[in-house]
Design a protein around this ligand. Structure first.
Ligand code: AOS
Ligand code: ZN
Ligand code: ZN
Ligand code: ZN
Length: 424
């Protein structure tokens, strides 16, 4: 299903008068308005291929209708989102959940939808049907050399596929770890994992990055071999300049100060990118901004300040990806909400008066510093974000148009009611 441009124009024309009023109000007195709008237009977020179908829980899976059954249909879905908001111009694949049999054709299809390929993800946390050695006791950390080799080879294969698709990074997330005290020698597990990562790293082409994603717990509940940003940073530092830490917002112990982690990784030049989502308890993978939007804003505040200080390009110098998935929402609606939440937090961070904040910090004026941050956070920037969509040729209200056009109903007609997209 494709969305005709004239449908978007029609939708925008109907809302234009109301939008204009809101926008003029929101834009009043905003310093550097044009540059903020341009940054919002340029900012693109990668959609994970595994979030296009309803996610399962440990207890059951309630699949929705019209889910993409093939990689081609997943690309169509991301293309659809992108035509609605012009902010999701990339897709992140998970191999072997996605198998690009004909990379050239897949790349061409993506290009038709204005999409590029962000980081490719390897998978050594599940056994595949045709696989010789099991990952029950880990992959890159495994005590058995042949199992490690199998996992290394898989990662190298994923890099090759990534290269063919024009991706420039691989995300390695390991479920490796242990469930009980005594199960694992931490020191040796770290060393084996590092050695394995070295072999994968050696296969990276020049312009290719490796993102090492950490996670505090789950599926291992006693130790994780890449359990926090310290461990990820250790691996990334020992591996070399092409290795970076990837921050998945849901992968911390409760109440972790993620914005401080982000600030320090950034200033070390070791922040690779994000898996955005939100959570209340653990790796909940809830819609971005649905639980703690202030934290998201504070993260973006560190990003904008830190990237500007290092002369980095906001849109291109980090990997911006979503990692969220649901079983109670239409996944496409959910992704539209996630992208919107990211753009709102970004817009608010762009409003922060950085100079005044630094002056307040230098004067140890704590109340003032808080006022400056909250002044930006409490500003309703939705009309600014909508304006950037208008300028980009997208819909003023993507979710509203999605429903008006009955996209899900049409997808169900096209693909059927009983569809299950590959993924967890
Ligand atoms: C797992 O918890 C991680 O977030 C990974 O990024 C994983 O590859 C992804 O969530 C798909 O399951
Ligand atoms: Zn993740
Ligand atoms: Zn996760
Ligand atoms: Zn997650």
């Amino acid at each position: 299903m494709l969305i005709d441009k004239y449908k978007i124009d029609e939708h925008n024309n109907n809302l234009l008068k109301d939008h204009k009023r809101r926008f003029d109000f929101a834009a009043e007195g905003v310093a550097g308005l044009d540059s903020i709008l341009k940054k919002l237009v340029d900012f693109q977020i990668a959609i994970p291929s595994w979030a296009l179908g309803t996610g399962g829980t440990r207890f059951g899976r309630f699949s929705g209708g019209g889910e993409p059954r093939t990689l081609e249909e997943k690309i169509e879905d991301v293309g659809l989102l992108h035509s609605l908001n012009k902010s999701g111009g990339a897709i992140s694949l998970h191999i072997p959940w996605d198998i690009p049999k004909d990379a050239k054709a897949i790349k061409a299809l993506a290009a038709q939808h204005g999409l590029r390929f962000d980081a490719v993800n390897s998978n050594t946390f599940q056994d595949q049907p045709d696989q010789k050695h099991s990952y029950k006791f880990g992959s890159l950390q495994h005590v058995d050399k042949a199992t490690r080799k199998q996992a290394i080879d898989h990662n190298i294969e994923v890099i090759k596929q990534g290269v063919e698709l024009g991706s420039d990074s691989i995300t390695v997330w390991l479920s490796d770890g242990s469930c009980f005290p005594g199960q694992l020698n931490f020191r040796k597990a770290f060393q084996r994992t590092l050695d394995s990562l070295h072999e994968i790293y050696a296969a990276l082409p020049d312009n290719f990055k490796m993102f090492v994603e950490y996670k505090a717990f789950e599926p291992n509940f006693y130790s994780m071999t890449v359990g926090d940003w310290g461990q990820s940073l250790l691996y990334a530092s020992k591996l070399g300049p092409k290795a970076y830490t990837l921050v998945d917002l849901g992968h911390h112990l409760p109440n972790a100060n993620i914005e401080q982690i982000v600030a320090l990784l950034l200033s070390e030049g070791k922040l690779g990118g994000f898996h955005f989502n939100d959570s209340k308890y653990g790796d909940d993978d809830l819609t971005v901004g649905s639980i703690n939007p202030y934290q998201l804003f504070l993260i973006f505040n560190e990003l904008v300040e830190g990237m500007d200080a290092r002369g980095m390009q906001h849109a291109t110098d980090l990997g911006w990806m979503i990692d969220a998935s649901h079983n109670v929402k239409d996944p496409l609606e959910d992704l539209l909400q996630s992208v919107e939440a990211i753009k709102i937090a970004y817009a608010q961070a762009l409003l922060v008066d950085t100079k005044a904040l630094q002056a307040a910090q230098d004067a140890s004026d704590v109340a003032k510093a808080q006022e400056i941050l909250q002044q930006a956070y409490r500003t309703d920037v939705r009309a600014l974000v909508a304006e950037s969509r208008l300028q980009a040729g997208a819909a003023l209200q993507p979710l509203q148009l999605y429903r008006q056009l009955k996209v899900r109903e049409n997808l169900i007609k096209e693909r059927g009611q009983k569809t299950v997209a590959t993924g967890l």
